[in-house]
Design a protein around this ligand. Structure first.
Ligand code: SAH
Length: 462
């Protein structure tokens, strides 16, 4: 009887198959699917089939499995630790089952749960870390969805880190048992380890481990760092995976006003959340104060995320902040995000560059720190120019005036996309001549795609 209300029909175990025989009877698609998993093991695999698929023959040629043209015998069945019936032929598969029963060997009939002794789970492989997912055959779709989620949440390098960590266990034994040692390993696997491995591979991870041990032995405070992270245009599903992970790990999040509240919810409940910067002209906090705030938090040992809307490298004042932290030699990274122009083009169903239309794209702004931004107006007035104009609302009339003065066609299409990717997204399709009027009621953040019209309009015109 089960404890706590559960009654498992299948008990999950990890079976040692090293140097053991595994028999797969069949040579078609079902066999291939199982072989892909079995080939991850150190088992000795034999495929019993007289006309196996090419893929199986190529595995044989690579020396990773053996093919037997003759059928499985009782002796071989006895010698195997697992038998898979994968012939996709009831007669042959039933014969394999009979042999397995005679031999007393664990048996799996592919896609036939009721006739199998065991089932093969979905696997997430970060050898030596393996996650096996089973639904007792009830919902393979659910198992696949869980696998996908776990795949994306476990660092790719986790297996490599675990191997490095395993070899380091005795050295880590120098740390006091309990909390300190747990914190040490947790800092390695989920903090410095993956970052160091990403940056400089095995050697980097090894060095990070040595450094971490030194720090922990001295009882040194945790090293702070800052990551400049792109939050994308608003829709949380447009965040990068890296952004999600960093937000989840952050002790402090310094965010711009434009960052969507749904994204802020991805930070931990205990994280310190500070709004810095503001939309439109002027700032609610001086840039120098923002810089100082980053530095102060990093110096407390905090993991700081400086969260910027869109992509941090596009009109994000990133360089000022990078220069400020460079003086203090602070560890950092830049995580790109989807910039408003990319999301706006997607919402219009258009591309930003198009063969035969424009081979370059301008990212430009309606105003800069000194007020309205001056541009290469003559270049922009050329008929094939495509430009994404950021912060262009207040300067719409100025932009229109300059462009027309430099000979731009008053009919040049402009798409204004407000609150792109958010639930309240709005698209206004207009042209240079009508721009100031068309834009006057726009209250949310908006990007202007100059030279691009919405796709259905184009189709209508044709
Ligand atoms: N780094 C940001 C741009 C910051 S400047 C990025 O890469 O997108 C701020 C300007 O970006 C706004 O004035 C507006 O023009 C544009 N913007 C940012 N988010 C937007 C959104 N969700 N919808 C439309 N425009 C947006």
């Amino acid at each position: 009887m089960g404890c706590g209300g559960t009654v498992l029909k299948h008990f999950p175990i990890f079976l040692n198959v090293k140097q053991k025989h595994i028999a797969v009877v069949g040579g078609g698609d079902a066999a291939i699917a199982k072989l892909r998993l079995l080939l991850k093991t150190e088992g000795q695999i034999t495929v019993y089939d007289n006309a196996p698929a090419l893929e199986i023959c190529s595995w044989r040629d690579a020396g990773v499995l053996t093919i037997s043209q003759d059928p499985l015998t009782v002796k071989q069945a006895r010698n195997a630790c697992l038998i898979y019936a994968a012939a996709e032929d009831d007669g042959r598969d039933a014969a394999s089952q009979k042999l397995a029963q005679e031999a007393g060997t664990l048996f799996n009939w592919v896609d036939n749960l009721s006739q199998s002794d065991f089932i093969t789970p979905a696997i997430v492989d970060r050898d030596p870390v393996t996650v096996a997912i089973g639904t007792e055959g009830a919902a393979p779709v659910v198992a696949r969805a869980i696998k996908r989620d776990i795949e994306s949440n476990l660092p790719q390098a986790l297996g490599k880190l675990a191997k490095i960590g395993q070899a380091f266990r005795s050295q880590a034994g120098a740390l006091p048992f309990g909390r300190v040692r747990r914190d040490f390993w947790s800092a390695f696997y989920f903090g410095t380890g993956p970052k160091a491995y990403d940056a400089s591979g095995q050697e980097g991870a090894q060095a990070a481990l040595d450094q971490l041990l030194q720090d922990f032995s001295k009882g040194a405070p945790k090293q702070g760092r800052v990551d400049f992270v792109g939050a994308g245009p608003g829709d949380p599903t447009l965040l990068t995976h890296k952004a999600r992970v960093l937000l989840h790990e952050a002790d402090v999040v310094l965010y711009d006003k434009l960052v969507d509240p749904h994204i802020l919810e991805l930070a931990r409940r205990e994280a310190v959340m500070v709004e810095v910067g503001k939309t439109g002209f002027g700032e609610s906090m001086a840039q120098s104060d923002i810089n100082q705030l980053i530095i102060d938090h990093v110096h407390t040992g905090a993991q700081v995320v400086r969260l910027k809307s869109g992509d941090p490298t596009v009109f994000g004042r990133l360089d000022e902040e990078l220069e400020a932290i460079a003086v203090h030699d602070i560890s950092h990274s830049i995580v790109p995000g989807i910039t408003a122009a990319s999301a706006a083009a997607a919402s219009l169903g258009r591309s930003l560059t198009q063969r035969g239309r424009n081979s370059s794209l301008r990212l430009t702004t309606g105003h800069n720190m000194a007020g309205f931004a001056d541009q290469d107006w003559r270049g922009m007035a050329n008929p094939d120019t495509v430009a994404a104009i950021y912060m262009g609302k207040a300067s719409a009339r100025f932009i229109q005036g300059r462009l027309m003065m430099h000979g731009a066609d008053p009919e040049t299409p402009i798409s204004v996309v407000e609150n792109v990717s958010r639930l309240d997204q709005k698209i206004i399709s207009t042209c240079l001549k009508l721009l100031p009027k068309a834009i006057k009621d726009v209250t949310g953040p908006a990007v202007l795609l100059y030279g691009v019209n919405i796709r259905f309009k184009k189709i209508k015109i044709l």
